[in-house]
Design a protein around this ligand. Sequence first.
Ligand code: PLP
Length: 430
Amino acid sequence: MKLYNLKNQKEIVNFSEAVQLGLGTNQGLFFPVNLPIIKKKLLTEMLEMDFITRSSKILNMFIENEIESETLYNSVKTAFSFTGPIIKQVEENISCLEIFHGPTLAFKDFGARFMAQILSFLNKKEKKTITILTATSGDTGAAVAHAFYKMKNIRVVILYPKGKISQYQEKLFCTLGHNITTIAIDGSFDDCQTLVKQSFQDIEIRESTCLNSANSINISRLLAQICYYFEAFSITPIKKREKLIISVPCGNFGNLTAGLLAKSLGLPVKSFIAATNSNDTVPRFLENKIWDPKKTISTISNAMDISQPNNWPRVEQLFKRKKWDLKTLGYGSVSDKITKKTLQELYELNYISEPHAAVAYRLLKNQIKKNEYGLFLGTAHPSKFKNTIEKILNIKIPLPSKIQNRINLPSLSYHMDPNFLKLRNFLLKK
Ligand SMILES: *Cc1c(COP(=O)(O)O)cnc(C)c1O
C-alpha cells in the first residue's frame, strides 16, 4: 500500500512506514494513493460474509501484499475479538448503531486494537522495544492501554490531565500496570498534548525509545474503522438499505473519514451527516466556506471538544479525489441545552443514550426525509457518562462489569508537573 503526505505529495511511504511514522513531514497526514473499488457482485458476496472475514478482506484491499492475508486475518480476528456493532431500533425509521461494546466501552477499541496488532507484527521483525506515548482526555487512553496491555517489547506511557477525566475513565486504564504507565499531569489536556509534541521533537528520546504516538490520525486506526460501516449495512434489513443516512458524532473526524472511505469503496450509503457540538468549525465552514476555528469550549460531549479537527484535510481530499460535491455532506451543531433535551426525548422513546450519540441523533432526526432510513452512531457506552446522564434523566444506571471490576483497584498513576525535563528524564530512564 502506498500513501502520500497531504502536505508534500512527493513524500510517498508504504503502509508499515505510515503506521510507524504516524505523520509525515510538516505534520502532514498520509492518504492512500489508490482508492480501491468493490464491484457490485463482490459487494453482494462480501455482505454475506461474517464480520472478521469481510473486515480482513476490506483491509487487504488497501494494505495489499504488504501483510500476508492469513496474518492479516489473524490480526483482525484478535483485534475484533469482542461484541461487534449492534443495531438498536429507536423509532420506525431511525436506529442507533452501537459500536461501544468493546473492552473500554467506546468505538476507539476497533482502531486501537487493530493498530496494536499491526505494530506488534511489524515489531516482530525488528525486535526493538517501542514506546507509545499518548495524551488523552479520556477514551483514547483507555483504548490504547487495553489494546497494548502485556504486549511484548511495547511500553505504553499515557498522560492525562489530573482531575479532569471521570473517575470511571481513570480506573479503566490507570489500574493495569505491567507495560502500561500512566501519568497524571497537573495541568490541562493541552499541556499533556504539548508534552507529547515536545517529546517527538527531541531526537534523543525519539531514537532511544523508538517513539510512536498511536493517536487517531494513524492510518491503521482509520482503516480498521471502515469495517464496521460494512457490518452496519449488512445487518440492516435489505428494504431499509436503499436510502440509508448515517449521522456521525464528530471530534477529530476520524470516524466520519472512515465512513466516507467505506462509501468510496462502493458501500451504497446515500449520505452522511457530520454532527458536532458547539465546537462547530466544520459546520460553519460548510455553511460559509470560511475556516475559522474558535477557542475550544467544554461541553457534555467532551470527546468532541475539538475546534481544529485533525482529520478534516482527509475528508476534503477524499471528496476531491472522488469528485464528490461537499454540498452533499450533511452537517450541523448541537448545543448542550439541546443535547440534554434530546437525551430526555430518547429516554421517552425507551432508549438510554449518552451526549455524543444524542448530538448525532438530533441532527439526523431534524434532517431525515420521508422514505429514508437513518442510523446514528453510538460511540460510547452510556455508563461512561453515568453521573451526567443520571442527573439529566433523573434515573440510576448500573455500572457494567468492565468498569465495576476495576473500580476498587488502586490507581497506579505517577504524578508530574507539566514540565518537559521531568518527562524527558522519565522516558530516558531504563
Ligand atoms: C473520540 C470520540 C468521538 C469523536 O470521534 P472522531 O473520530 O474523533 O471524530 C465521538 N464520540 C466519542 C464517545 C469518542 O470517544
